[in-house]
Structures are given as C-alpha cells and as structure tokens.
Write a protein that binds this ligand. Structure first.
Ligand SMILES: Cc1ncc(COP(=O)(O)O)c(C=O)c1O
Length: 353
C-alpha cells in the first residue's frame, strides 16, 4: 500500500496533535480554568446523573440543551448547534463548506491552531494573514485577501489566542461587510473580555458565533455552542454526527445554564488575578507582557527564552512555548492559574532569571 497515494496532502503535511504531556506540578499551559467545581455543584451533578439510562443513546442533536442555550443567549432554537467542544463545531463548518473550488479558509496569524489543522484536514486551502507588529488585526490585508480569495470561511478568535487581545470591533465589522462567506467570531474567552458579537446577529446573516464551556471550568465535558443563521444551522445539522454529545455532557450543560452565575464566579477572580500577574510580569527586567482580555497572558522574554522555558519545565511549571511564527519566537504564554499558582510561577520565573 502506498499511503501517500491514499491520504489527502493536507493531512500528510501535518504532525499529529501532541498527545504526550510533560510532568508538572503547576499546569498553566492550556488556558484551562484552574478552579474545581464547588462541592454543592458537584452534588447537584451527581443527583441528576442518578436517573441516566446508560443503555440508551443520548438524545440526537441535544434538544434540551439547545433549548436551554437558546434561552440563555436570547436567540431562536433554530440558530443553535451543540458540539463536542467548539473544536467539533469548527470541524463541522470545515466539512460543510466547499461549494466553490478551491475553497479558501482565512484567518489572521498567529491564532488558534485548530482553524489551520481542521481546514487542511478537510482539504481546503488555508491562508493566514499576519497580524501587525503590535499583534493587531491587519484589516487592510484581511480585506485584500477577502477580495482576492473570496474565502468560504473566516475565523476570528475574539479575544485572540495566543495574543490575548480582542481585535478592534470596527475592523471585524469591515470584514463582515467585505465577506460573502461566513465570518466566525470565536468567543471562547468572552467571559474574561466582556465583549461579544452576540447582539449583532441581526445585522449580518453571515456572522457565526462560537462559545465553549471549556474556559469556565468544564473543559472535560467537551461542550461547544454555535450560534448562526437558521439556514446555516439547518445545513450543519446534516454534517453533525447523530449522537455527538454524550448524555453526561448534555445533563451537566443543562445545569450550567440553570446555575450559570455560580459557574461563572471564578471568572471575576481570574480577571483580578490577570491584572496582578500582568503587573508582576511587567516589573521583571527582560519580560514584556502583552495586554490580555483572556485568561492567559502572552509575554516576550528577550534573552535566553529557551533556557528559561526548559528550567520552568524542570521545576514543574508548565506553560506554553512558541517556536513559530517568527513574531512569537521570543514569546511564551501563561494561563492565569489560582492565586497561589500565579505567585509560585512568578517566584520561579524571577528565580530562574
Ligand atoms: C480560540 C479557541 N477556540 C476554541 C477552543 C477550543 O474549545 P473547545 O474546548 O470547546 O473545543 C480553544 C481552546 O483553547 C480556543 O483557544
């Protein structure tokens, strides 16, 4: 068998997502929420789970959850699609688009890796438009690429992972105006930015919003929510696997909507700790934190970055290192952890430097 004659070139050209985890004491590499659920929320979950029929398939299309999230976001049920994490929703979008050939997928770079990975896996042409030197959206370059390529899908992480800031709203509006394809505003970190395009769905029928429960303390559930035009959601439902969301996640997702205030309590704490962490990073010579609207901070380390990263790992402090693209070569990204974890990270970093 000649596997290279069977598998798409976009798949062959990639490395598998790294599955191996480095050993750690403090895990600040994956933009997770550091706080476990309260005992009362855990009790509530276990009570609800008692009635689950594990011998039955979960409800296809997660109808209960779809209704709950449509009320929660104040949109029609026909506008909501529930996914196995927003990763799956990105993959569903990639699978569905492609009326034109070649089909282009556009996003600024650097950004969330799955836009590129999923696009290549689906056999699309993926095009990254570099951010400006200030790590801002280059709206002119984005609009020129839109005019040139007529992309079927544009992804904008808002705030952007890994750079941390929300792009300028006016720039995104220009992109929405300029594009005849779908513009996906990925609001994975909206609970830390307080900014959203959710109230703009009436203005653009090509606007699609992605949300996730992963950053509010429920990453293990794998629950993502897509909100978009009913005609789009209708088509995407044909691509969605029938039982894409397991019963456990459907039940806990429902509890999130019922008790969202409790689930979201940790966000305020993370926002306050982000400020502390950023101020501390700023005070260290040779370290330059970038402003952040998310639950992580990108920072530059002008000298010996590779050695600093290696020593952090040696001491059990796991953060995210970047070797590419060039603009991130001197950068690392740290997730805002618990107050104690942040303090320990800063002390370890100062000690290394
Ligand atoms: C911008 C962005 N979108 C989506 C995701 C993935 O979310 P989920 O866990 O719901 O698949 C991430 C994860 O880090 C992200 O940074």
């Amino acid at each position: 068998m000649d596997i290279e004659k069977i598998i798409k070139s976009g798949v062959l050209s990639q490395e598998a997502y790294p599955a191996e985890e480095l050993p750690y004491r403090i895990k600040l590499d994956a933009n997770e929420n550091p706080y476990p659920l309260s005992p009362s929320l855990k009790r509530l979950i276990f009570e609800r789970l008692e009635s689950v029929s594990l011998n039955r398939y979960p409800a296809p299309g997660s109808p209960g959850l779809k209704a709950a999230f449509s009320r929660y976001y104040g949109v029609d049920e026909e506008m909501v699609l529930i996914g196995n994490g927003s990763d799956e929703l990105i993959q569903i979008l990639m699978t569905a688009v492609g009326a034109s050939s070649p089909c282009s997928i556009l996003f600024p770079t650097p950004t969330f890796a799955m836009y590129g990975i999923s696009g290549l896996n689906a056999g699309h042409r993926t095009v990254g438009v570099p951010l400006s030197d200030e790590l801002d959206l280059d709206t002119e370059a984005m609009c020129a690429a839109i005019a040139d390529l007529q992309p079927s899908l544009i992804f904008l992480s808002y705030p952007n992972n890994p750079t941390g800031r929300c792009f300028d709203r006016g720039g995104i509006e220009r992109i929405l105006e300029a594009s005849s394809g779908l513009v996906v505003v990925d609001e994975a970190y909206c609970n830390f930015s307080g900014k959203t395009f959710l109230h703009d769905l009436d203005r653009w029928d090509n606007l699609v919003i992605l949300r996730t429960l992963s950053k509010v303390g429920l990453a293990a559930l794998r629950l993502g929510i897509l909100i978009g035009h009913p005609s789009l959601v209708h088509q995407l439902n044909k691509v969605r696997l029938p039982y894409n969301v397991n019963i456990f996640s459907q039940i806990v997702g429902g509890l999130f909507v019922e008790h969202s205030e409790k689930f979201l309590e940790s966000a305020d704490r993370i926002i306050a700790d982000r400020k502390w962490l950023s101020d501390e990073l700023m005070s260290i010579e040779g370290i330059t934190p970038y402003p952040s609207d998310a639950n992580f901070i990108l920072f530059g380390c002008v000298t010996g970055k590779d050695e600093v990263y290696a020593q952090l790992i040696d001491r059990g402090v796991l953060i995210k290192d970047f070797t590419s693209p060039a603009i991130l070569r001197e950068c690392m990204r740290v997730t805002v952890g618990t107050t104690e974890e942040n303090r320990e990270f800063i002390e370890t970093l100062k000690d290394i430097l």
